[in-house]
Design a protein around this ligand. Structure first.
Ligand code: PLP
Length: 497
């Protein structure tokens, strides 16, 4: 069971130094101390675990802020001469807390929300309502009204049905709804590839392709997007700001964004010809890729911005139109690399499994005190992560290992394949990097596990920004607790440890 195990996936290199922390994957403030411990801005993993318990999501606040600034400055610079700069909305869905919303706003970003709950967090964090966008393919009346009442800067409308509903609601309540139309440009991007199609088989957005159907607000022979523009322009309770598209996630190249922008700009050109209006804004969504493992090679925000600005410039020149104000919605590229999750190792064991070339090979399992409830991405999306021994370094041979959680599911895998020192054992701390996005916000109480705390480290000190859940929290929604057993007296495993 060495680094040359036949079970090693092709993309996973044998480590030169199993204790090394690849700066492309780990937050800028992460380094080993002289004693060999992993530390965030100088705060050692053992100190974090002792003070806050594990599992623990740790955010390097400066790293988060630096990435936010890099997007704002990179896109502002690239689009300055073309359309006076760009507006960057932090996609709250990746990691929304009162603190992260504030950090984004303080770094000059706006905030994109995807539900009434996210909207409430952004508002409570003090984000200027004019700098908040509300998304969602099926927003409730309460969510739409909350957005209108708060005076959000944009409501991103997803269908003709929703546009009609929103226009009526706004008229009834004396509002003018600021609307962006979410279009499906027929471009789907993932990592290095993108596919372009005419028709979309997904729940989001208004198609640019003419509809064959006369149903649900569609007009046969007309593109739903064109129908929506005409409706929005005709409605006195709607202010049509512009259009939006979002083409996927973990995108490393600008080509997909460029093609989507070209298709949407062509659509805007047709709308100009038909209605004589130039729509002022174009949002190109999020999806900018990050390094979860050594196989991922993200490009800096400024590079993506420059390539995209080039593409957009060519398209607007070809069409002879003014460039609309560009906006974007990066989420994971800001919050993801800023975070790591600290776990405590429990059971380790090695099992023999069938090897691809015949025979068997050993696979080492390292079980930790969290799992799919604090990071469901490996289970949901087959997402790959890496991990490192955090509480010490080791001279032991690196062995191919699988980091699993403590849930009653054989699929409860956190890191499918990683080389860890052979002597990783009970009580060690393990760190999984790039977990600042889509972990805390997707966490569940599966198997009645309490959700981890989120801690922010800045200036060499750590503070809780979201406290760990307790057993009390688990019982808090139970309407019928067992008689004579006050639910609120049950200690958490951390408290009783
Ligand atoms: N904008 C929209 C409309 C999205 O649906 C998403 C993610 O699903 C994002 C932005 C953020 O994507 P990412 O976190 O990959 O940048």
């Amino acid at each position: 069971m060495t680094a040359t195990s036949p079970l090693t996936p092709a993309w996973l290199p044998a480590p030169d130094d199993v204790d090394a922390l690849d700066p492309a994957i780990w937050a800028a403030g992460v380094a080993r101390t002289d004693a060999g411990e992993l530390a965030v801005q100088g705060v050692p993993a053992s100190a974090l675990a002792a003070e806050f318990g594990t599992p623990l999501i740790v955010l390097d606040e400066d790293d988060f802020r630096a990435r936010a600034r890099a997007f704002r400055e990179g896109f502002d610079t690239a689009f300055a001469s073309l359309c006076g700069g760009a507006d960057v909305y932090f996609a709250g869905k990746s990691m929304l807390t009162l603190s992260t919303a504030r950090w984004a706003a303080e770094e000059g970003l706006r905030v994109d929300t995807a539900s009434g709950g996210e909207l409430a967090i952004a508002l409570r964090a003090g984000v200027d309502p004019a700098h908040i966008g509300l998304h969602g393919n099926n927003k409730s009346e309460a969510e739409l009204l909350a957005a209108l009442d708060a005076g959000v800067g944009r409501i991103i409308v997803d269908s003709v049905d929703e546009l009609e509903h929103l226009a009526a609601l706004a008229a009834e309540h004396g509002h003018i709804a600021p609307v962006m139309l979410r279009l499906t440009p027929g471009v789907h991007a993932h990592t290095h590839d993108f596919i372009a199609t005419a028709h979309e088989d997904q729940k989001f957005g208004l198609s640019l392709a003419p509809s064959a159907q006369d149903a649900d607000g569609n007009v046969a022979g007309r593109a739903p997007a064109a129908v929506a523009v005409a409706l929005a322009l005709a409605s006195e309770s709607v202010h049509l700001l512009g259009v939006h598209c979002h083409i996927g996630s973990q995108i490393f190249e600008a080509d997909g964004f460029g093609l989507a922008a070209a298709r949407v700009l062509e659509f805007l050109d047709h709308a100009r010809a038909e209605h004589g209006v130039e729509l002022a804004e174009l949002d190109l969504g999020g999806g900018h890729g990050i390094a979860y493992t050594a196989a991922d090679e993200p490009r800096p925000a400024a590079e993506i911005a420059a390539a995209l600005a080039d593409d957009v410039q060519k398209t607007v020149e070809r069409l002879g139109m003014d460039c609309p104000r560009i906006s974007l919605e990066p989420g994971r590229a800001i919050s993801g690399p800023a975070g790591l999750t600290l776990y405590t190792v429990g059971v380790t064991k090695t099992v023999d499994v069938d090897a691809p070339g015949g025979g068997t090979a050993p696979r080492r399992y390292v079980a930790v005190d969290g799992g799919m409830s604090d990071n469901p991405r490996p289970v949901l999306y087959d997402a790959d992560y890496t991990a490192a021994l955090a509480s010490r370094t080791s001279e032991a041979e690196p062995v191919l290992s699988r980091v699993v959680g403590k849930h009653c599911e054989s699929g409860d895998i956190l890191v499918r394949d990683v080389h860890l020192p052979a002597d990783v054992r009970r009580g060690d701390l393990l760190a999984v990097p790039a977990t600042g996005a889509y972990t805390h916000v997707m966490a569940s109480n599966y198997n009645a596990l309490t959700r981890p705390a989120v801690v922010a480290v800045r200036g060499g000190s750590a503070r809780v920004i979201v406290r760990r859940e307790t057993m009390d929290d688990l019982f808090a929604r139970e309407a019928d607790p067992a008689p004579g057993r006050p639910a609120d007296q049950t200690p958490t495993p951390q408290e009783s440890a």
